[in-house]
Unconditional design. Structure first.
Length: 257
C-alpha cells in the first residue's frame, strides 16, 4: 500500500464554457496529469481521454442523453486510457487500436521511465519525485504499477473521419510523432482543437517507443498552419494560436534541418 495522504475528491472539474468541462487530477505529477475533456453536444457527448484509471471517471462526464457518450483516446499511453473500459463506446486511431485490446499499465514509479521521458521534464525544470502522485485516492493505491483493463475499440478512426455530436462536429486529424496513432480533434467552425500529446504547452516527448521525429515534423507543420482559436492539449493549460505557432516553430527549428 502506498503511504500518502488521501485526497478526496480525486478529480477536479473546471467549467471551461457552457459545453466544455475539464476534469483533471491535481495530485498527479504534470508528466502524467492528463486533461480529460468533456464536450456536451445536442445529441451526444464526447469525452477526450480518460486519465490513469486510479478512480472511476464516468460519473463526472456522463449526462442523461439518448445519443450517449463517445470516449476517444487521443493515443494509448497509460495516462490517457486508464478509464476507457468504463465507457461503452470507445474510439481510437487505427494505428493504436490493437493497444486497447490488451491490459495496459499506469506507471506511478518514475524509475520505470527512462531518460527519454524524464530528461525533457528535468530539462524544463520539473522536479521528479520518488512517486508521480503526492496523494492517493480514497481506497488507497496498492502499488506504483497498476493494471489498466482492456477496452477494445468499438470505432476505429482514420484521418478525416468526423465525430458528429448533432449540433457540432469534430474532424479527426492524424498527428503521428509522439506516438503512431496520435490524433487531434478539430472543430473548424469554432477553431477548437483537442490535441492530445501531439502538442501541449510543456515538454513534448518524441523519443519514446513508437515515437517518430520525421512524422512529428510533418504533424507540427500541419498544426502550425491550423487556424485555431484555442488548443486544449493532453497536458498543461490551454493556449491560443500565437502560442501554438511558437511551439510548432520551436520544434521545427530544432528538428527540421
Ligand atoms: Zn503520450
Ligand atoms: Zn500524456
Amino acid at each position: 500500500m502506498i503511504d500518502l495522504p488521501v485526497a478526496s475528491p480525486w478529480f477536479v472539474q473546471v467549467r471551461v464554457s457552457d459545453t466544455l468541462t475539464l476534469v483533471t487530477e491535481p495530485h498527479v505529477h504534470p508528466l502524467l496529469r492528463c486533461n480529460v475533456w468533456h464536450v456536451q453536444g445536442r445529441d451526444r457527448d464526447l469525452v477526450v481521454d480518460t486519465a490513469l484509471g486510479l478512480r472511476p471517471l464516468r460519473q463526472f462526464v456522463e449526462r442523461e442523453l439518448d445519443g450517449g457518450l463517445l470516449a476517444v483516446a487521443t493515443h494509448t499511453h497509460g495516462d490517457h486510457v486508464g478509464g476507457m473500459h468504463e465507457f461503452a463506446e470507445r474510439a481510437v486511431h487505427r494505428a493504436e487500436a490493437h493497444a486497447l485490446d490488451r491490459a495496459g499499465l499506469a506507471v506511478l514509479d518514475p524509475g520505470v521511465f527512462g531518460e527519454e521521458v524524464l530528461g525533457p521534464y528535468r530539462d524544463a525544470g520539473y522536479d521528479i519525485p520518488a512517486l508521480l502522485v503526492d496523494a492517493v485516492p480514497a481506497g488507497g493505491l496498492d502499488a506504483a504499477l497498476l493494471e489498466i483493463a482492456p477496452a477494445p475499440a468499438t470505432r476505429v478512426l482514420d484521418d478525416g473521419d468526423v465525430i458528429d455530436l448533432g449540433d457540432r462536429a469534430f474532424e479527426v486529424l492524424h498527428l503521428p510523432g509522439h506516438s503512431p496513432g496520435s490524433i487531434g480533434l478539430w472543430e473548424a467552425a469554432s477553431g477548437i482543437l483537442f490535441s492530445g500529446d501531439a502538442v501541449y504547452d510543456g515538454p513534448l516527448l518524441d523519443e519514446l517507443e513508437g515515437s517518430d521525429v520525421v512524422a512529428y515534423v510533418a504533424s507540427m507543420r500541419r498544426l502550425r498552419d491550423l487556424p485555431v482559436t484555442v488548443v486544449h492539449g493532453g497536458h498543461e493549460p490551454s493556449f491560443g494560436r500565437e502560442r501554438l505557432v511558437a511551439i510548432c516553430t520551436e520544434y521545427l527549428d530544432r528538428h527540421d534541418a
